[in-house]
Design a protein. Structure first.
Length: 277
C-alpha cells in the first residue's frame, strides 16, 4: 500500500492583546494550536477563539515569555482550572508564583523546559531562546511547522546574537516596537522609568527595531508584526512609518508590515506555505 500524501493545514496567527494592558497570541492551525502568554482575561480568550472559529478545548499549551503581570495574569486559571499545560522555565515558574496579582498559582499544570530544548507537540517543534529584559527569566520562541518558522521576540532591551539568529530563519516575525524615543523623552514618565525603558533590560524603540530589520535583510521573512506598543510613548502610525521608511530606504519589501493594537484583537492571519525559490 502506498503512503498517503497528507497535506498540512495552513499556519495561522492572531493577537488578542499586545501591550501593558495584556498580552496574548494564538499560533496554530484551524484545528489546534497554542497561546503565547496569558495576560488577558479567560473570557477574552474564549470569546476571541470562538470568534475566529477556533476551539478553546484544542489549545494544547501556553508558552510564557516572562513573569510580568501583563503576560501572565490568567495563566494560573488557564493551567490549573482548565488543565492546559503551561510551558515555563523554573525561574519563570518561581516568578509567576511570587506574583501577588496571579491569584491562582501554578501547582501541577506547568511543564518545565530549558532554553534551547526542542519541544515537539504534534506537528510543531518549539524552541525558546533568551532575551534581555528585567524579569525573573525572559525568552522568545521559535515555532517550526513543516518548512515554516514563526518567531516572537517581545519585551527585550536589545537584539543579541541568539535572538538575531532565530530572526534570520523566520518567515513570520512578531517583534517589539515599544516606544518612539522623542515621545518617551518628552512624555509623562518619571526620569527613572524612562531610563529603565531605554536600558538593555527594558524595551525596544521603533528606531532600533527599524534599523535591525533594515540592516539584516532576509530572503525568508515575509510578515512582520510590531508588538507591545506603548500607550503613552508610541502610536501604531508612528511605529509603522519608522520601520517602513527604514525598509524602503534599503529596498526591502515585505508582504506585510503590521502594528498590533494594544487592546483591539487583530484579524486572523493565515499564512501561505513557504516555498523556497
Amino acid at each position: 500500500m502506498q503512503a498517503r500524501n497528507v497535506k498540512m493545514d495552513r499556519l495561522r496567527f492572531f493577537s488578542m492583546g499586545s501591550g501593558s494592558s495584556g498580552n496574548c497570541y494564538y499560533i496554530g492551525t484551524a484545528s489546534y494550536g497554542f497561546l503565547i502568554d496569558a495576560g488577558v482575561a479567560v473570557r477574552t480568550v474564549k470569546r476571541e477563539l470562538k470568534e475566529h472559529g477556533l476551539s478553546f478545548e484544542n489549545i494544547w499549551g501556553i508558552f510564557i515569555t516572562h513573569d510580568h503581570t501583563d503576560h501572565i495574569k490568567a495563566v494560573g486559571v488557564l493551567g490549573e482550572k482548565y488543565h492546559i499545560p503551561v510551558y515555563v522555565t523554573s525561574e519563570m515558574l518561581n516568578g509567576i508564583n511570587r506574583n501577588y496579582r496571579v491569584t491562582e498559582k501554578l501547582v501541577s499544570a506547568h511543564k518545565l523546559y530549558k532554553k534551547g530544548d526542542n519541544i515537539v507537540i504534534r506537528d510543531f517543534s518549539i524552541q525558546a531562546f533568551p532575551v534581555s529584559h528585567d524579569a525573573s527569566d525572559c525568552v522568545g520562541y521559535s515555532f517550526e511547522y513543516g518548512n515554516q518558522r514563526f518567531v516572537i521576540a517581545t519585551d527585550l532591551g536589545f537584539i543579541g546574537k541568539e535572538v538575531a539568529d532565530h530572526i534570520a530563519r523566520a518567515n513570520y516575525l512578531v517583534i517589539e516596537a515599544n516606544y518612539d524615543d522623542n515621545m518617551l523623552k518628552n512624555g509623562p514618565y518619571p526620569y527613572p522609568l524612562k531610563q529603565r525603558v531605554r536600558s538593555h533590560v527594558g524595551h525596544m524603540c521603533n528606531e532600533h527595531t527599524a534599523r535591525f530589520l533594515a540592516d539584516n535583510p532576509s530572503d525568508y521573512l515575509s510578515h512582520v508584526f510590531l508588538c507591545h506598543l506603548s500607550q503613552e510613548n508610541n502610536t501604531p502610525e508612528i511605529a509603522f512609518k519608522t520601520v517602513n521608511d527604514a525598509l524602503v530606504e534599503k529596498g526591502i519589501a515585505l508582504e506585510l508590515l503590521q502594528p498590533l493594537e494594544r487592546t483591539i484583537p487583530s484579524p486572523m492571519y493565515v499564512f501561505k506555505p513557504y516555498e523556497a525559490e
